[in-house]
Ligand binder design. Structure first.
Ligand code: KG4
Ligand code: ZN
Length: 349
């Protein structure tokens, strides 16, 4: 089975062709980072126009690089939400048009589900598994019971963790998107212990038994520290390292609670897996912290390779494979959705 996948929900135009036996035949991502650096963040209207400018060419190139014609495809998958609605509509309409013109099934992919299924593109990870989804727009802990079946166990009261990285990085004068730049700055800190002593941050709502996230307080704390600190390169590197370490500890603190809950809910599950996905899962300090935490709880940490961690077409194509295998094709009348919680998947398709 060969599926074309189209991703346009934020600021990456991603197109890929993936097979049901886990081969990525082509995988193209055009980042709009330079376009959005001038404004320090994604302007939805500009993002949608940029997708429109480049998508046709990328689709033709991806199909060509896969050594296929449109007629060889078994289906066309596109992100139909959640995301910036202008961009979502561009990719969705392109996908529908190809499906209609070549008489192929259309697969309406939920962007969050695509992130949660991406590690299965690499290897067979049996359901159920625990998912920590950390991106620019979402911070959630979910149980994936099957394709289309998710239980939401935790989300954020305010900012997503990626947003917290990006906004704090912006305050530090780093370019957009802040996450990877903050990570790079933190790597210049030679002594993390000293940095944490010099610039202490605390895990939000520590001690609360409720599994939930909140990141706006950390962002405010960063503002306050920056206001009373000399912005020397050493101080900024130490500040970035301490801040990043607190974000990593926060995620692993809540993941630990969720792993305990998972063991109680699924007592017979052998070799449980914790999947970490979404753009922030590219962060090495976070991966290391979560890896240690998962092994302590008898879980194996599974992260997508870095190139599939941030938004891309291969994850959409793979989600399309999984949907088609279950016969979950979508009518061409399906609408783009700016909000599309994973728990609503069952009702929709
Ligand atoms: O999943 P994604 O590509 O797009 C959304 O669906 O939001 O995630 C983008 C987010 C941004 O906030 C970006 O700063 C963050 O992922 N990110 C990182 C790293 N790479 C990307 N955050 C921390 N460290 C990184 N290395
Ligand atoms: Zn994403």
């Amino acid at each position: 089975m060969k599926i074309l996948g189209i991703e346009t929900s934020c600021d990456e135009t991603g197109v890929a062709v993936v097979t049901s036996d886990r081969q990525v035949l082509s995988h193209l991502v055009l980042s709009q980072i330079k376009t959005h650096q001038a404004t320090g963040g994604v302007v939805p209207e500009i993002a949608a126009r940029a997708h429109l400018d480049h998508l046709d060419h990328l689709i033709h190139e991806a199909v060509k690089q896969a050594g296929l014609d449109f007629s060889d495809l078994d289906g066309v998958a596109a992100t139909c939400g959640p995301g910036l609605i202008g961009g979502v509509m561009v990719g969705m309409m392109a996908g529908k048009a190809i499906a209609l013109a070549h008489n192929k099934p259309f697969l309406a992919v939920n962007h969050l589900e695509a992130h949660a299924l991406t590690p299965r593109l690499i290897e067979d990870i049996p359901f159920p598994y625990l998912v920590l989804l950390v991106s620019g727009g979402h911070t959630q802990i979910l149980v994936a019971e099957d394709v289309g079946q998710y239980h939401l166990w935790a989300s954020t009261r305010d900012d997503a963790v990626g947003e917290c990285f990006d906004k704090s990085a912006k305050m530090m004068g780093l370019p957009y998107p802040g996450g990877p730049h903050l990570e790079k700055l933190a790597s210049h800190c030679a002594d993390l212990k000293k940095a944490k002593h010099q610039f202490p941050f605390s895990i939000p709502m520590k001690g609360s038994k409720e599994i939930e996230f909140s990141f706006s307080g950390l962002k405010t704390a960063m503002r306050q520290v920056l206001d009373k600190t000399d912005h020397t390169p050493e101080n900024l590197a130490a500040l970035a390292a301490s801040f990043q370490s607190t974000l990593a500890e926060t995620l692993s603190y809540r993941a630990a609670q969720a792993m305990e809950k998972f063991c109680n809910a699924y007592p017979h599950k052998k070799d449980p897996a914790l999947i970490v996905c979404g753009g922030v899962s590219a962060n090495k300090a976070i991966r290391t912290e979560l890896n240690n935490c998962a092994s302590k709880h008898g879980f194996t940490l599974k992260c997508p390779p870095l190139e599939y961690a941030t938004d891309n077409g291969a994850m959409i194509a793979w989600a399309g494979v999984e949907l088609l295998q279950q016969g979950r094709t979508a009518p061409l009348s399906i609408k783009a959705r700016p909000r599309w919680p994973l728990e609503e998947l069952k009702e929709l398709v």
